[in-house]
Design a protein around this ligand. Structure first.
Ligand SMILES: Cc1ncc(COP(=O)(O)O)c(C=O)c1O
Length: 293
């Protein structure tokens, strides 16, 4: 595997990163996860915009518009057309003689940019909806969910808890300052649920200003594509009790695409199989990507 490190394409064995890098010792960095289908990166402008806002929020000096070029170089170096591309940008390592535990860097330091690409299934493999079993668990992550921070301990621990329960993922429940419990998102994907409503059902996804969540690029593509096709998705808070009574639950994300949660806390969701709205939203996403989203 050829990786990207600070402007160079090198083999993994050749790559050298300073052990004092603040990404390694502090988790001081931001990242992006992107997907290429047939050589084209999905939602590149959304990823660039989110990275730029994360870099601005953290004060890490890197030009997010270089992201597309990094992806292209990795795809080419690894002869990949269908791939997941991971890129992280840390604040870098202090120079010799500079304090290594100082939370505030002693002077301007050069960010460390690391990226790799790994093969993933092509768009035509999404004829059937992928499925997962999930648990719900308290959301113990930090409050700045919009920053795609490389510090992922909260979601790592939730994923371990899911695994210990024989499941694939966790849906995180945030207790808000007033005590309300809101379903937020999965450990690495956004949440959509089909819940009972007075006139049938409603498709709901949590907003960016409720429980802290990541502004998913896939969520954005899906919201826009669904709206164009007349499929209404309400962006509103999703209380835990509504999630637990949902007819369908799905997660959406770059690697997740649209994945049905067939069982929640050991109980079937609806029929315990991907429901009609979940299947429909996966088709909407695949079509939007196929049309150049
Ligand atoms: C916590 C979290 N929410 C949502 C997402 C989905 O975002 P995207 O659609 O941009 O992959 C991710 C992706 O990594 C994530 O980690």
């Amino acid at each position: 595997m050829k990786i990207y490190l600070n402007g160079e394409i090198v083999s993994r064995g050749e790559a050298r990163i300073d052990p004092f890098d603040r990404g390694f010792v502090f988790g001081d960095g931001v990242y992006e996860g992107l997907r290429a289908f047939d050589g084209r990166v999905v939602g590149l402008s959304g990823h660039v915009a989110r990275l730029a806002s994360g870099l601005a929020a953290t004060g890490i000096p890197w030009d997010a518009s270089l992201l597309g070029g990094v992806c292209e170089r990795l795809l080419e170096a690894n002869s990949l057309r269908d791939a997941f591309i991971y890129m992280q940008c840390t604040r870098g390592a202090p120079g010799p003689g500079e304090p290594v535990r100082s939370r505030v860097a002693a002077g301007p330091i050069r960010p460390t940019i690391f990226a790799y690409a790994t093969p993933t299934p092509g768009l035509n493999t999404y004829a059937a909806t992928p499925t997962k079993r999930a648990i719900t668990t308290p959301d113990t992550r930090w409050l700045r969910g919009l920053i795609k921070s490389i510090s992922l301990m909260g979601s790592v621990l939730a994923a371990y808890e899911a695994e210990a329960a024989g499941c694939d993922d966790a849906i995180l429940i945030r207790t808000m300052p007033g005590g309300e419990k809101l379903a937020a998102e999965g450990t690495s994907a956004n949440l959509i649920a089909v819940v009972p409503a007075p006139d049938g059902t409603q498709i709901v996804t949590p907003p960016l200003d409720g429980a802290p969540i990541l502004a998913g690029v896939t969520r954005d593509i899906l919201l826009a594509a669904a709206a164009r096709r007349g499929v209404e998705i309400a962006v509103r808070n999703l209380p835990e009790h509504e999630l637990l009574a949902a007819r369908e639950i799905m997660l959406c994300g770059t690697l997740t695409m649209v994945t049905a949660i067939t069982h929640l806390n050991g109980k079937p969701v609806g029929e315990g199989a991907p429901g009609p709205e979940t299947n429909r939203l996966l088709r909407v996403l695949v079509e939007a990507i196929g049309q150049g989203a």
